[in-house]
Write a protein of this length. Structure first.
Length: 487
């Protein structure tokens, strides 16, 4: 093709033990891999990010003088110690330790989230609180056995009907648009850290004095927004020799004789071909297969078409007030309030500036083509303020403006057929020489930022003398299955 230019811009000569690796996607997983590969001298690395800045959904941007994130993000103390140490070394004093101060709406009452024993005992209606614990304590005796297991059956057996029907079932229906028995049991095990009474009790009573650790009820957050983590990793990667190219959208992945040989990207309106010994992709699996085209067998293309991602509209309100509430996040499990979570970015970092303005970020689960996706920003802003009023939240501040960010691939959807489709994709990818997928989108995983970085570190650990150890990667993959999302 005349518009394809062959290039390896700013790439040094390839040594025998230094493969040329193209990393696709500039979120935490892609950036972490590019940094560690370059720092450890294991590869000549180029990273391609379609956006104008790194970070993906874990990035930040500034609006009206306020650092905003793409939803609610925290760095959890449960992070792998090596990963946490790396982030602390990159950010220094700009990585703040902050107290968690959120709340959740249950039975028209606001209680602290994460849950605290005192709140459960004093702020919920007494009959409801009693039924929560009694139902959970006897759940395993009374729960029917459903084969195969589903998200609903696992949680009913572990927590009982009261907790499930008042919180988890409506909340998950809102997040994924599917009922509890249309979702795979894996979701309960990977996404709900308190999926049984003993686990839930450990989480609740860990907040009591004398039982809690120094990090209980706390999180890490960078001064200037959560995206500073990705920004700092990107800076370290470039300093180590990685080449990061922004506004570079992957158009095609070339596979010849069952081995990747190059990627084609759209950059400045031109198609650019980059030769590579390996392609490490953090792109959604659907995007990856589309880029491969007919090099993927028909059953693989069918499997990619069958897996689903849940979209999200982030609705931001700029309010003319110093602070909306004292809370960093509000959670809304009930279906009558369409949003799932509301965050106030200034409260995450404890910022007092700018004066006279704050921003709210509401997470509205939604897919392209549904009723909310087609609404304009102003209409969504007005609807959001009405929903907040219906939940008993303040409506006294003047709205300066509303704007949105729309994420088409916010969460992987674990429906009851996803494992079959994912296995088809996974087997094919493993059989293509030089092709690797990882990260939330690449492994179809529910994860936190520290989990995405753990995947990146694991992948780099598998490279030795220019060769990728598939057996070692399989071992790391087993470790990744133990990851449980921290809310």
């Amino acid at each position: 093709m005349d518009d394809v230019r062959e290039t390896m811009r700013a790439s040094p000569p390839l040594a025998a033990t230094r493969p040329r690796i193209a990393v696709l996607g500039g979120g935490p997983a892609g950036l972490g891999a590019a940094w560690r590969l370059a720092k450890e001298g294991k590869a000549v690395v180029e990273l391609f990010e379609a956006g104008a800045r790194v970070g993906g959904n874990a990035g930040s941007f500034e609006m009206e003088g306020v650092a905003c994130d793409y939803g609610s993000h925290r760095l959890h103390p449960a992070s792998d110690p090596n990963i946490l140490a790396d982030i602390k070394s990159l950010l220094g004093d700009d990585l703040l330790s902050r107290p968690r101060h959120g709340r959740i709406r249950l039975k028209d009452a606001w209680i602290h989230f994460p849950l605290k024993p005192v709140d459960l005992a004093t702020k919920l209606p007494t009959p409801f609180a009693a039924s929560l614990f009694l139902d959970a304590a006897t759940a395993k005796v009374r729960a029917g056995k459903l084969v195969p297991e589903t998200f609903g059956s696992v949680l009913l057996a572990g927590l009982g009907r009261t907790m499930c029907e008042s919180f988890y079932f409506p909340y998950m229906k809102k997040l994924w648009g599917l009922g509890p028995d249309a979702l795979a049991s894996t979701l309960a095990k990977r996404r709900v850290s308190g999926s049984s009474l003993p686990k839930l009790m450990r989480k609740i009573f860990a907040s009591l004095p004398g039982l809690k650790s120094p990090t209980t009820g706390k999180f890490y957050y960078p001064r200037g927004g959560f995206g500073r983590i990705c920004d700092s990793i990107a800076g370290a990667a470039m300093e180590a020799g990685a080449n990061i190219r922004l506004n570079a959208r992957v158009e095609r992945i070339l596979i010849v004789n069952n081995r990747v040989c190059a990627v084609e990207i759209i950059e400045n309106g031109q198609t650019v071909r980059i030769d590579a010994d390996a392609v490490w992709s953090t792109l959604p699996l659907t995007t990856l297969v589309k880029a491969v085209g007919t090099a993927a067998p028909q059953d693989v293309r069918d499997a990619a078409a069958a897996i689903r991602f849940r979209g999200m509209i982030l609705v931001y309100l700029v309010l003319e007030t110093d602070q909306y509430t004292e809370f960093d996040a509000h959670y809304f499990p009930e279906l009558s309030i369409p949003i799932s979570r509301l965050s106030e970015p200034k409260n995450y970092s404890g910022a007092s500036q700018p004066r006279g303005a704050t921003i709210l970020c509401a997470e509205l689960p939604s897919d392209p083509g549904d009723q909310y996706w087609s609404m304009d920003d102003a209409a969504l802003g007005r609807a959001l303020y009405e929903w907040l009023g219906a939940a008993g939240l303040p409506q006294s501040a003047k709205i300066r403006r509303a704007f949105t960010k729309r994420l088409s691939h916010a969460y992987p959807v674990y429906d009851r057929d996803y494992e079959r489709h994912f296995s088809t994709l996974d087997r094919w990818i493993e059989g293509v020489e030089g092709l690797l997928t990882f990260g939330r989108q690449g492994l179809f995983a529910h994860d936190n930022t520290h989990h995405a970085l753990a995947m990146a570190y694991g992948a780099v650990d598998c490279v030795k003398d220019g060769v990728f150890d598939r057996a070692k990667w399989a071992s790391h993959r087993q470790e990744f299955l133990t990851h449980v999302v921290e809310d």
